[in-house]
Write a protein of this length. Structure first.
Length: 288
């Protein structure tokens, strides 16, 4: 279910994988549906939203991405219900979701979009662990085609591709998937909030980030986690392979409304200021 924003490489990978595992494959463009919804909005409001690369604002850019994702969900259920009939068979098909733990924790998914399904086989697995499993499956099941999935740059492909811009998941999120995997384990397995996570990362990441960078990552993660936690109340049921799953309904019974993290953020700022102050004092002493 591609659009004009879907790359030829992504389409080809899906087609090739289906051929290797013996699955049916349907490649379609849904640009006419996306345009119909956008045209309806323009007709009613007199306004035409634009993508960021075409001069649009943040709200316009996000809305145009979300409508693509939500239309995919509608189409997925229609095809799941009717494809057996098309092929002369009885019954229907289950719709599989594809949102992983890291995207769920960060809130990097659209509510009621193509992450909405009957079951999500990878909904309880981080991207880091998922890539490790794919690497294992590549050799264990003699599927060399999986190498192209491991090396592909993760992208939602919901924005137009230009010579100066290609959408990237990690750039959009402000985190690498490996970083999100760490935050997910600190939050669930170690039961740490902003302050506890910052203390741990101050030790673990000190060789690659400054205290200020670690503080910014920590604050940003918990801010995005808190404002997007409501999405977990409607998340698709997942197979729980690890302890860090954020599934709200059956596994991780935590609040979906959070107050401001005033105390931990204050502690983080005090600690960063103290460390940076001591660092500056040390430099001054050396210069003397």
């Amino acid at each position: 279910m591609g659009t004009e924003n879907s790359s030829p490489e992504t389409r080809q990978r899906a087609k090739d994988l289906a051929a290797v595992i013996g699955a049916y494959h349907v490649d379609l463009n849904m640009d006419t549906l996306v345009k119909a919804v956008s045209d309806l909005f323009s007709f009613v409001t007199g306004k035409t939203p634009k993508f960021k690369v075409h001069g649009g604002g943040r709200a316009e850019n996000l809305a145009l991405q979300n409508i693509q994702a939500r239309l995919r969900m509608v189409l997925a259920y229609m095809f799941a219900q009717l494809l057996p009939w098309v092929r002369g068979r009885e019954g229907g098909l289950l719709v599989l979701g594809s949102a992983n733990v890291d995207e769920s924790l960060r809130g990097y998914l659209t509510k009621y979009d193509c992450s909405s399904a009957d079951i999500n086989p990878i909904g309880g697995i981080s991207k880091t662990d998922l890539k490790a499993f794919i690497s294992y499956a590549q050799h264990a099941f003699s599927l060399p085609i999986l190498e192209s999935f491991i090396t592909a740059v993760p992208t939602a492909e919901l924005e137009p591709i230009t010579k100066d811009y290609v959408q990237s998941d990690e750039a959009d999120m402000g985190f690498t998937y490996d970083e999100l995997s760490v935050f997910g384990k600190l939050r669930k397995n170690h039961k740490l909030g902003p302050w506890g996570a910052f203390e741990k990362l101050l030790h673990d990441w000190s060789d690659k980030m400054s205290p200020r960078q670690i503080a910014t990552k920590t604050r940003n993660f918990f801010w995005y986690y808190a404002i997007n936690r409501h999405k977990m109340t409607t998340i698709t049921p997942a197979y729980h392979a690890e302890q860090y799953s954020p599934d709200d309904n059956r596994f991780d019974l935590r609040p979906f409304l959070y107050p401001q993290f005033s105390w931990p953020y204050k502690k983080i700022e005090e600690t960063v200021s103290r460390i940076m102050g001591n660092s500056d004092d040390g430099k001054a002493n050396k210069q003397e």
